[in-house]
Ligand binder design. Structure first.
Ligand code: 6GU
Length: 235
């Protein structure tokens, strides 16, 4: 998979050289390219923002650098049959879920456009929709200073679903949200730690009983912490 990121703070993404995604880049499973939006400005101050039409607080990102960046990145996609999918992290977008991550992990080319300030001139989204699918996506109902941290979270969630990135694919199925429930609790040695014992069933060797206990735990903690996730029959 190819992922391009456009940002005025490209060094935010330095962390994506680490761990599983860093390794995926090394082995060629993930072709991640981070770009500085200011490389597509032409004035001495490398200006990317301006005051909003109609007034109001804050600044808006100018459309011209974005247009040039998106043209160049979309045009450089010579693997060329599949149009890129453009993702603009935005608190005004649809909410990102594991289903969104699964969907995006099937695409050949993602382009993340990270806005700052009060956002990006609306015409950029309209223009990008002529180059590929456009999604405005939010991490949840709270406000970040810009799209960078949100894009990193989405890239990690999507990147680990690319076949081969996570060594043991079994570890992908038993996770929170993959079956619509929260994950069951995990324990390792020692069997007693600071007077706290590991639940006995896990030491029993009875695989049926263990599976049933874990399922119960998933339903119970989902009911307690995230009742909104429970199907009506379990609620
Ligand atoms: Cl995607 N962007 C910003 N700026 N704030 C957010 C967000 C995204 N998701 C939640 N808050």
């Amino acid at each position: 998979m190819r992922i391009d990121v456009v940002s005025i703070f490209p060094s935010y993404f330095d962390g994506l050289t680490l761990s599983l995604l860093g390794k995926a880049r090394h082995t060629g499973l993930l072709d991640l390219r981070v770009h500085d939006l200011r490389d597509w400005t032409h004035d001495r101050h490398r200006t990317v923002d301006d005051t909003p039409y109609g007034g109001g607080a804050g600044m808006v990102m100018k459309p011209e650098p974005w247009g040039l960046a998106l043209d160049e990145i979309a045009g450089s996609d010579v693997s060329g049959t599949e149009a890129p999918t453009f993702i603009f992290p935005s608190p005004a977008g649809e909410v990102f879920t594991q289903a969104t991550a699964r969907d995006l992990s099937t695409r050949g080319h993602l382009v993340f456009g990270c806005g700052r300030y009060e956002g990006i001139d609306e015409r950029v989204f309209e223009y990008a929709s002529g180059l590929g699918e456009v999604r405005l996506i939010s991490l949840g109902d709270y406000v970040l200073n810009g799209g960078e941290v949100a894009a990193m979270a989405m890239i990690e969630a999507v990147g680990r679903l690319i076949p081969g990135v996570v060594g043991n694919p079994e570890s992908l199925v038993e996770e929170s949200h993959e079956d619509g429930l929260l994950e069951y609790p995990s324990y390792t040695k020692p069997s007693v730690w600071r007077e706290r014992a590991v639940p006995e069933v896990l030491l029993s060797g009875n695989h049926g009983a263990i599976a049933a206990w874990r399922r119960e735990q998933q339903i119970e903690r989902t009911r307690r912490r995230r009742p909104d996730l429970l199907p009506p029959a379990e609620a």
